[in-house]
Design a binder for this molecule. Structure first.
Ligand code: CTP
Ligand code: CA
Length: 226
């Protein structure tokens, strides 16, 4: 039997999605991490794939299984994510940067386990900034390419997200108020405000991440149509 194929605006589009929280290694048994589960990024990858897009998912470690038909590339650190995104981006129509990227990493990674055997009851860790991947992408972005970022905020949601829209030269920013219950990191639900430079912000209800992913896919289609 012939399968039913309904082309959409996203059919054949090459879309790069990043997901999960990057990890910065401290020593052979320890790393700095964050609360990201990867669920939002995986849901987006699946929604886009179902609309016919050719999806590449670059993922930090998660407990999730990649959607079938999606090309998966696994990374761990911010540096690996940076290299993978910059390598893939030129061949893509769009990038959706859902990954929760570490902003800082230990200045050095110890080759041996760090021991507690000192007289000090305190120990401070020196950190350095990681590269901002979306900022780097903005430098090589062509006019035909679309970039979408997330903004995790605990206050001044729209104002802070708008700054990211401008500074990272994004077409769309998905703002999450991560101080609210059920929103953003790690849960199965999310409530987002979608912000562009030329339309009033759109705030969704609190919904399963699969439905949030559909709304983000709708906005991406709208941007491509413009
Ligand atoms: N991001 C990135 N590279 C980084 C940090 C963040 O590409 N080194 C991306 C994230 O994937 C997200 C967007 O930038 O799509 C915003 O991330 P967020 O953490 O909300 O903002 P930051 O720019 O890191 O600023 P801050 O954490 O201080 O709010
Ligand atoms: Ca950050």
């Amino acid at each position: 039997t012939a399968s039913l194929f309904v082309p959409t605006i996203l059919t054949g589009k090459k879309i790069l999605v990043t997901a999960g929280g990057t990890r910065e290694r401290l020593d052979p048994v320890r790393f700095l991490a964050n609360d990201s589960s990867g669920k939002m990024g995986y849901a987006i990858a699946q929604a886009l794939q179902q609309r016919g897009a050719e999806v590449t998912l670059i993922s930090a470690p998660t407990k999730l299984t990649a959607p079938t038909m999606v090309k998966l590339q696994s990374i761990t650190s911010t540096e690996e994510l940076y290299e993978a995104v910059l390598q893939k981006f030129p061949s893509q129509d769009a990038l959706i940067m859902t990954a929760a990227v570490a902003d800082f990493k230990p200045i050095t990674t110890a080759q041996q386990k760090i021991k507690k055997n000192s007289d000090n009851n305190q120990w401070s860790l020196e950190l350095e900034k990681t590269p901002d991947i979306l900022q780097a992408v903005a430098q090589i972005k062509r006019p035909d390419q679309i970039t979408i970022g997330f903004a995790a905020e605990t206050q001044n949601l729209v104002a802070n997200a708008r700054k990211k829209l401008v500074q990272k030269n994004l077409d769309l920013v998905i703002a999450n108020d991560v101080s609210k219950p059920g929103v953003g990191f790690n849960g199965d639900t999310n409530r987002v405000t979608m912000i562009t430079s030329n339309q009033p912000p759109i705030t969704t209800d609190l919904l399963p991440k699969s439905q949030i992913a559909e709304k983000i896919a709708d906005q991406l289609e709208k941007i491509i149509n413009q």
